[in-house]
Design a protein around this ligand. Structure first.
Ligand code: ATR
Length: 264
């Protein structure tokens, strides 16, 4: 039986095991997917288990997506540019790190049918997932990406890798076509982002990377303005789907039964 793991801290709420184990059953794959809470000091040991064939693949989540990099042999182009690895596998005796968050974000955007060409995107946050979001947005032909983060220094770091982005102070609200909440504000139901969202027309897209709760105050504000809204549910599912495709060479199905199972 093949064995897979998602590592992170915290990890209790990860829905990845449910999702992958559902797909194993549907596709008659003899495998198991588990979750493991680890400390940074345990990363090397866990990754060695893939080298020794005790494990067949690892998903990496917050806060270790960059920390795992020194223990891998090769990075995909996507992981190199974003300094972020969420999927690890072995190929020709080499441990490879890849980033499926980019494709996950991209495919979730496709589902919104929002036309991003020549659009201005305003990103709130500069944490672990933001390089993946910027990478995908640049590929999709957006014309301007503006980032705002409470700790401004972090946006300066982002600029080293993505020189075309603009930065505004936390609390400032520039003109935009699409706004993305990539902060952790909203994980608690009562969290509010201190922007007034006045003078915003209905043609905007409000996108929240958070999928639990399903509707953050940020998304509710967008909805109340009559704007299109999307939470991070499909990004989560698609990043898993891309990892599944790499590991098993099978494209699993996303259906209503699955969404019900995940209760997303
Ligand atoms: P990390 O910053 O370790 O990568 P993350 O979960 O990927 O963690 O990112 C959390 C994001 O939410 C950051 O952009 C963070 O802003 P800071 O860089 O200033 O910490 C943002 N965030 C978290 N709590 C916030 C708050 N109360 N107000 C504004 N932004 C907040």
């Amino acid at each position: 039986m093949k064995k897979y793991l998602v590592i992170g801290n915290p990890i209790e709420h990860s829905l990845s095991p449910k999702l992958h184990n559902y797909w194993f059953e549907k596709n008659n794959i003899d495998a198991n997917y588990d979750r493991k809470k680890i400390d940074k000091s345990e990363i090397q040991e866990i990754i060695t288990e893939i080298r020794e064939n005790k494990l067949d693949g690892i998903n990496v989540t917050v806060p270790f997506k960059t920390d795992v990099i020194p223990f891998l042999d090769t990075l995909s182009k996507e992981s190199q540019i974003t300094r972020s690895v969420n999927t690890i596998y072995k190929q020709d005796k080499k441990l490879i790190g890849h980033n499926t968050d980019i494709k996950g974000f991209e495919l979730s955007l496709k589902e919104t049918q929002f036309n991003l060409e020549n659009k201005t995107i305003f990103i709130l946050g500069a944490g672990g997932v933001v390089p993946s979001i910027i990478y995908a947005l640049e590929k999709l032909g957006t014309s301007k990406i503006i980032v705002s983060n409470r700790t401004k220094q972090k946006t300066e770091n982002l600029k080293k890798y993505f020189s075309n982005i603009s930065v505004v102070d936390w609390g400032d609200q520039p003109e935009f076509d699409m706004i993305i909440n990539a902060t952790s504000l909203g994980l608690n139901k009562e969290d509010n982002i201190d922007l007034n969202f006045k003078n915003i027309n209905k043609k905007k897209l409000f996108y929240d990377v958070i999928y639990n709760p399903k509707e953050t105050n940020f998304l509710r504000a967008g909805k109340n303005l009559g704007c299109q809204v999307s939470n991070g549910k499909m990004m989560f599912i698609y990043q898993a789907l891309e990892a599944f495709k790499i590991w098993h060479k099978v494209e699993p199905e996303i259906n209503e039964e699955l969404k019900k199972l995940l209760d997303l």
